[in-house]
Design a protein around this ligand. Structure first.
Ligand SMILES: CC(C)(COP(=O)(O)OP(=O)(O)OC[C@H]1O[C@@H](n2cnc3c(N)ncnc32)[C@H](O)[C@@H]1OP(=O)(O)O)[C@@H](O)C(=O)NCCC(=O)NCCS
Length: 172
C-alpha cells in the first residue's frame, strides 16, 4: 500500500463530504458530539477546502491541511489548524473514511505529516487530542512517538454528558 499526502484540490469536495458525513468520524473529532452540533454542509466544507488551498501559498500559514492518498485513492484528511509560531508548537488533527480503518493508514500518514511539518516549520511541540472513547487515535499517536501528557477532564460538552480526552505530545 502506497501512502502519500497531497495538497487539496477543490475537486476533492464531493468525496470529502461522502467520507466525512459519518457520525463515527464526526463524533470522534468532536463535531457531532456537541449538544448543539453545527450543520455539516457542502457550503461550509467548500469554504474549508478553499481556505486550506489558499494557505499553501503563505510563508506563515495558519493551517496546513492535506489529503491522505492510499494507492492513489483519497481516503482521509491530515492537518493542523493552529500553528503557534512564537512558541514553536502546533496541534494536529486527522480522520480516515470508515471503510479504510484498521489498515495502518493513519499511522503512516501521521509519520509523513510530522516529516512534512518539520521540513516547513521549526517546532518544539506537536500536540494531539483523542477522546477517551477513541483508543485507536491515541494508539496512532503513540506509534508516531507521542507521549501521554494528561487527560483533560470533562473537556467537551456533549448531548447528555461531558467527555474526557487524552492530550498527547511529541517534543522534538
Ligand atoms: C482513529 C483513526 C484515525 C485510526 O485510523 P486507522 O488508519 O484505522 O489507524 P491505524 O490502522 O494506523 O492504527 C490504529 C491502531 O489503533 C488500534 N486500535 C483500534 N481499535 C482499538 C481499540 N478499540 N483499542 C485500542 N487500540 C485500538 C489498532 O490495533 C492500531 O494499532 P496497532 O497497529 O498497534 O494494532 C480512524 O479510526 C478515524 O479516522 N476515526 C475517526 C476520526 C478520528 O478519530 N480522528 C482522530 C481524532 S483525535
Amino acid at each position: 500500500m502506497k501512502i502519500e499526502l497531497r495538497k487539496f484540490k477543490m475537486s476533492d469536495l464531493d468525496e470529502m463530504m461522502e467520507m466525512f458525513l459519518d457520525e463515527k468520524v464526526t463524533d470522534a473529532i468532536g463535531l457531532t458530539l456537541s449538544s448543539n452540533p453545527p450543520k455539516i454542509t457542502k457550503k461550509f466544507e467548500k469554504k474549508w477546502l478553499k481556505e486550506s488551498i489558499a494557505e499553501y501559498k503563505k510563508k506563515k500559514p495558519s493551517k496546513y491541511n492535506f489529503a491522505i492518498i492510499s494507492d492513489g485513492i483519497y481516503v482521509g484528511n491530515m492537518g493542523t489548524h493552529k500553528i503557534d509560531y512564537e512558541n514553536e508548537s502546533t496541534e494536529i488533527g486527522y480522520w480516515i473514511g470508515k471503510k479504510c480503518w484498521g489498515n495502518g493508514i493513519a499511522t503512516r500518514a501521521l509519520k509523513l505529516f510530522i516529516k512534512k511539518l518539520n521540513e516547513k516549520f521549526k517546532l518544539k511541540r506537536i500536540v494531539g487530542f483523542a477522546f477517551t472513547f477513541n483508543p485507536a487515535s491515541k494508539r496512532v499517536m503513540e506509534k508516531c512517538g507521542f507521549k501521554l501528557e494528561g487527560i483533560r477532564k470533562q473537556v467537551k460538552k456533549g448531548k447528555n454528558k461531558f467527555y474526557d480526552d487524552y492530550q498527547l505530545v511529541k517534543i522534538q
